[in-house]
Ligand binder design. Structure first.
Ligand code: SAM
Length: 284
């Protein structure tokens, strides 16, 4: 019998441990184990991987990850009420689940996991974007993770995979697509969760590229993109004025008309501009 079969259904787990969802912790639980198994499969072959899971809650996805063969799972949960339910899962999968009670923003996963590492999570909405940006902007590349399989509000998922020219195209799309391959692999209606949130959700799968798609200095690229999209309706010669006194020349050097707006510029253009700015700054 697999470990999964020995564990009670999640509705029972919720009732036994009185896990009424708390809004402040972004708690919308997945109680359908077929669904959590499907999300775990979307993470790819985990059999020789350690997995970081943020916010396991009552452990539906945790069970999916372990049943799908993850080597080890490190689950970081802020809500101490969930710990007894998670301890039952750890007992069913001896030596394969480590649970840390704490804030995922303050835990270094490398202190607990051995590469190769995948990240999989039904993220709390209040810190989802912040965690993603952190994972996409480490000091060194490649990052500690090989893939991220993450549930977001659908609107955020669309911003991650957006193409130039679309309303949702911006900083998140550029950060994600510069150094990873990102796609939406599943869309879920509110009713998939307990309690149901107001909006639909989507799972995004990101695979880390060994090298950035186009060369650029990460800091300068982030600076350019942040400024360009802070004032997304302005022409780039205006929104980027503070970056360099000769910004119009540098935009032209990068093949961008100074009168264009941020949402028209593909990733390659922003990288070319970051290189032109780096060269101009180095020349003094
Ligand atoms: N993974 C579970 C599932 O799919 O049913 C729960 C997902 S629920 C959307 C988000 C979970 O993240 C909750 O269990 C919540 O307590 C936890 N959480 C919220 N903020 C957190 C933080 N800063 N660090 C770690 N866990 C957090």
């Amino acid at each position: 019998m697999s470990g999964l079969d020995t564990l009670p259904p999640l509705r029972e787990v919720i009732a036994t441990h009185d896990l009424r969802a708390k809004k402040a912790l972004g708690q919308n639980f997945l109680l359908d184990l077929n669904l959590t198994a499907k999300i775990a499969r979307a993470a790819g072959d985990l059999s020789n991987m350690d997995v970081l899971e943020v916010g396991p809650g009552p452990g539906g996805l945790t069970r999916g990850l372990l049943a799908s063969g993850a080597r080890r799972v490190l689950a970081i949960e802020k809500d101490s009420r969930c710990l007894p339910a998670l301890a039952e899962i750890a007992a069913a999968y001896p030596g394969r689940l480590e649970v840390i009670e704490g804030d995922a923003l303050n835990v270094d996963p490398l202190a607990h996991l051995t590469p190769p590492i995948a990240v999989a999570a039904n993220l709390p909405y209040n810190i989802g974007t912040e965690l993603l940006v952190r994972w996409l902007t480490p000091k060194d590349w490649p990052p500690f993770w090989q893939s991220l399989t993450l549930m977001f509000q659908k609107e955020v998922a669309e911003r991650i995979v957006a193409a130039p020219g679309s309303k949702t195209y911006g900083r998140l799309a550029l950060l994600a697509q510069w150094r990873s391959e990102a796609r939406i692999v599943m869309t879920l209606p509110p009713e998939a969760f307990t309690p149901p949130p107001k909006i639909s959700s989507a799972v995004v799968h990101l695979t880390a590229l060994p090298e950035p798609r186009f060369p650029a200095d990460a800091k300068i690229l982030e600076e350019v993109v942040a400024r360009a999209f802070n004032q997304r309706r302005k022409m780039l010669r205006a929104s980027l004025k503070g970056l360099h006194p000769a910004i119009e020349t540098l935009l032209r050097e990068a093949g961008i008309a100074p009168t264009e707006r941020a949402e028209q510029i593909p990733l390659e253009g922003f990288c070319a501009l970051a290189r032109a700015i780096a060269a101009a700054r180095a020349a003094g």
